[in-house]
Design a protein around this ligand. Structure first.
Ligand code: AMP
Length: 490
């Protein structure tokens, strides 16, 4: 398929071609080269790709092409049922996907729309009642619409799970299962995920039928654009070293202006933010105990530059769209190697230069090795300049006042209390091996940041089992089965 060097080679309708040309796309990205023909052929797809790879057009363009023969200009809502359904974890992603699809379909009579939580439901219901063929939705809000009778999903032909890993992280599995049960059994299924936890593999196994694997290795290609530094530190020095970095590793040896500091536990999150504030660094914490409103407020303040440091747990950070950052810091080595990839994915996106710093103690060596294996690199542990005795003393004073140092399991207590820990537990890694990074001529161009805001949907608690079953056949069986950890059995 690599002979396709421009979009005109794809068998896409001239109206879609015209829209692509208007958007300035000339060369398809690697994921588009792989995915477009497969989706056009009506096959299920497992896409290993993250945002920024051009995956939206990879599934969106061929999906539009497939339903285009049914496009019409009738005023009757019945002539415009939902035929393509895209599920996205956050409002921000849903809006972004919809914006692209609106453009791709702009020269066709197809109607394209989006629904997400956290806003008035009525205008969305009106839009759905008028009819929309291509619908992007966050799961919870889609179910609300279904319960309210404003949407009928019985004519969906293609369903796409975008950022499936994030959807699972955010607890959407029950909602996804309920939605899939509302769809016709005969349909095309596409799934895109940046990472492959056992849960993601299981979902893929249940959801996809004879999927073709399409992948680009951007996730593990980060080493090209992100400078990754690991400081070998002693437990007791972590906060000192962090402060030192925050105060002196910014431009021209000044403070770092906008940075996320990732931690593993809520209690560390709270205490670290308060310690930083005490030493004159404007910091706020986002973690799972904070309401969505509080997280959004913290994020807004961070985006405006009122807060310079956001201390975050993985779970809290994942529901939010935090735009491109020059630096991210791993105060704690994450328990899952995939979390490391997620965390540092906040910087160096789309070819921009980024820096990812991690503080690792002797006890973290197993976790660090797992990250090295996943990202196919070997860290060169660096040392920080030791702080002066005076500096050290004054900083320890502050930390002691905040009760710092007590945020780790006490002697004789191996585990965190459940309540303390946020995100993953240490797990045995069972990850697919990614191929070598693919150089992407488009996305390795300098990144221009945009202002976006995300609203994670409220998690919902209904529990319904999916009844969709997967099976393996086809020529890509071996690779797909390997990716899915052998789950795709009959
Ligand atoms: P995505 O990964 O789908 O979120 O796409 C990332 C960005 O790349 C979006 O702004 C797209 O409009 C843009 N894009 C996608 N495909 C291409 C392409 N073939 N050429 C140029 N830009 C593209």
């Amino acid at each position: 398929m690599s002979e396709i060097l421009d979009f005109s080679k794809f068998p896409l309708d001239s109206h879609i071609q015209a829209a692509i040309a208007e958007m300035g796309y000339v060369t398809p990205t690697p994921i588009q080269v792989q995915a477009i023909p497969v989706v056009l052929a009506g096959q299920d797809v497992m896409g290993a790709a993250q945002t920024g790879t051009g995956k939206t057009a990879g599934y969106g363009l061929p999906a539009l092409q497939r339903i285009l023969p049914k496009a019409n200009t009738s005023m009757s809502p019945a002539r415009h049922p939902v035929r393509v359904l895209i599920l996205a974890p956050t409002r921000e992603l849903a809006v972004q996907v919809n914006e692209s699809l609106v453009k791709y379909a702009s020269k066709t009579p197809l109607r394209v729309g989006v629904v997400y939580g956290g806003v008035d439901i009525k205008p969305q219901a009106d839009m759905l009642r008028r009819g929309v063929e291509v619908l992007t939705a966050t799961p919870g809000r889609l179910l609300d619409h279904h319960e309210g009778g404003s949407v009928n999903l019985s004519q969906v032909e293609i369903v796409i799970l975008d950022e499936a890993d994030r959807m699972l992280d955010m607890g959407f599995l029950p909602d996804i299962s309920r939605i899939l049960n509302l769809l016709p059994k005969k349909r095309q299924n596409l799934m895109f995920s940046a990472t492959f936890s056992p849960e993601v593999k299981k979902l893929a196994g249940n959801f996809l039928r004879n999927p073709v694997l399409v992948e680009v290795a951007r996730e593990n290609a980060t080493a090209d654009t992100v400078e990754q530094i690991v400081y070998q530190v002693h437990d007791s020095e972590k906060t000192d070293v962090l402060i030192d970095i925050l105060k002196g590793d910014g431009e021209n040896g000044g403070p770092i202006k906008q940075v996320i500091v990732f931690v593993n536990a809520k209690i560390t999150c709270r205490r670290l933010a308060s310690t930083l504030s005490r030493v004159g660094i404007s910091a706020d914490a986002i973690h799972g105990d904070k309401s969505q409103e509080e997280r959004m407020a913290a994020l807004e303040a961070f985006k405006k530059g009122e807060v310079e440091v956001l201390v975050a747990t993985d779970v809290a950070a994942r529901g939010l769209d935090i735009a491109e950052l020059p630096v991210v810091i791993n105060y704690d080595v994450p328990f899952g190697a995939e979390d490391y990839v997620h965390r540092i994915g906040r910087t160096g996106r789309a070819g921009a230069k980024g820096k990812a710093v991690m503080l690792a103690t002797g006890g973290d060596s197993r976790l660090v090795t797992a990250i090295e294996e996943l990202t196919k690199q070997k860290f060169k542990p660096a040392e920080r300049r030791p702080l002066s005795r005076e500096e050290r003393r004054s900083r320890y004073e502050t930390q002691r006042r905040d009760g710092f140092g007590e945020d780790r399991p006490r002697r004789g207590r191996k585990e965190w209390r459940d309540d303390d820990r946020e995100g993953r537990r240490p797990v045995d890694l069972d990850l697919p091996k990614m191929p070598a990074p693919v150089y992407d001529p488009i996305f390795d161009a300098p990144y221009e940041p945009t202002e976006t805001t995300a609203t994670a949907e409220t998690e919902r608690n209904q529990s319904v089992q999916t009844t969709v079953r997967g099976q393996t056949q086809g020529k890509k069986k071996g690779r797909v089965a390997a990716l899915l950890g052998g789950l795709l059995r009959k």
